[in-house]
Design a protein around this ligand. Sequence first.
Ligand SMILES: [Zn+2]
Length: 125
Amino acid sequence: MMNIDIEQLETAFARVIEGIKKQDMTAHLKNRWTRATEKARDRLIEKPYFAWQSERLLIVSVPSDATSEIGCRFYEANEQACRRVDKSGLCQAFYEGIPCWHRAAYLLLKIYLGRDGCRRQSKTN
Ligand SMILES: [Zn+2]
């Protein structure tokens, strides 16, 4: 498991939020992307169960104690799409055209890891 540098993640978070503001999309969609990015940041701090592969992110969604859901969900997200890998098919939110936190996590980690991602990763291990 990779340790997340919270300060560095907050810096990446601020940059993603800035990027969302500049996007040519409706205010409603901007709000949804902002919320998805906030959730991604919180999840990456609390439950950083993922594998980064530069072109795609494999991330585990751990159900919260409040839900009766059993088992984790596994997602594969990138710039274009988000799909489930523990069963065939797309991420439900992505399928419905709703910004999901998995893709937000991809964008967040892309900035967080940056060009010297490998170096930072080995430093924290
Ligand atoms: Zn998704």
